[in-house]
Write a protein that binds this ligand. Sequence first.
Ligand code: AHR
Length: 493
Amino acid sequence: MQVTISASKNFPIGHIDEKLYGAFAEHLGRMIYGGIYDPGHPEADEMGFRKDVLEMVRALKVPVIRYPGGNFVSGYEWEDGVGERSRRPRRLDLAWFSIEPNTIGIDEFQEWAKRAGSQVMLTVNLGTRGVADARNLIEYCNFPGGIKYSDMRRANGFPEPFGIRYWCLGNEMDGPWQICSKTAEEYGRLAAETGKVMKWVDPDIRLTVCGSSNSHMPTFGSWEETVLEHTYDIADYLSLHNYYGNPGNNTPEYLACSTDMDRFISTVAAICDTVKQKKGSDKTMYLSFDEWNVWFHSGEQDKRQEKWTVAPPLLEDRYNFEDALVVGCLLITLLRHADRVKMACLAQLVNVIAPIMTETGGRCWAQTIYYPFLHAANLARGDSLMTRVKCPNYAAGKYGNVPCIEAVVVDNGAANELVVLAVNRSLQEDAQLSLDIAGYGALTKAEHLVLTHPDLKAVNTADAPQIVIPTRLQTSPDTILPRQSWNVIRYRY
Ligand code: AHR
């Protein structure tokens, strides 16, 4: 098939905020314990953090990591996780029916994030807790000293404030699974007052309020509207969450699920603009897609969870090649909305629905989905350009007829490069690529990275970590996007 990708320097969508390549680390399963922290491991550093895992995280260039939840945060008492370790209590974690040992808390996690080259985005507990706790926490993290909680931090060995800039006001508060879920009215009021007080303590922070837990929630739409009516003035971002899967093994339909993400983003942006209009505000509400990924493989296994253990193996999805194609399409979709989506977090980072897997005490390896994220986060920087794709459509089940090629063009001005990211969703046909690019003069192809595999269900494992890995195609004048493939093509200008 023939595909023409068109873009012009004169039609940028928007600057790609580096926080589009954020991630998420929850106290859940083996994300923290056995994932990033494994003090008995030969690769552990002096704080017990695995250096091999850190290296894999650093390669992803993740600028911001949302922490400590997720559902976990709605029952979390952060004071349990600071101070002398021998005095930290073990607690029931009612979000994941596990035991939280509190060996790692905010103090240690922000140290780990520094080593990973990232900043922490903290979520406050608006489930079992509220304004007073959020105020105390921000004092602990960001106030220099001389009052109770800042002095507690100093006594714990951190004389300098952590300076945490990004904060989330609760997590998925519309979900019945959430500890102390709320109506939109209840949450909107609580978030508005909490955010107001937090900004009084530190006016430089940026706040995200909870949108719906996903686009299929019964209150989707009205939730956003009500919450924003209460919080428009104090909020800087509204959150979106969505996970995708292929439980019915319908690959053509599954590969088109970015259509859903695209509609979801457009709908939420329209709701934000409606509230903006009603309020006569001149502030544009940005979107933070702070949980997105594929999540469905581990469902059956998780039903057999042994309750009330520390770090049980939960949500350990083993990602296959087609999942990597979907993650590629989702990344392209986020980039196509770079004007509104100013933050996004791949959920999660290690072991729990994660690009990186570990054996506790043993090996670590990259899952298939690691690679599209690695490529986009390293190469798709700068400005996203309005991109038109002319190619055949295919029948994608509930999504109708969708283009075989999902693509976006990025102008990486700092490197004098145009970067084309493209997924060929056709399971049958290679695509011959023509570019129709205006405003950049002559382009020279510098590199074509491709991730493809004949078996859509192929996975990487600890024993065979290189089954699905990217290759570099010979740069020839012709560019072929192989059937079922993720491609990143860099052109110099
Ligand atoms: O990422 C796993 C869980 O998914 C999070 O804890 C929650 O916010 C979402 O439902």
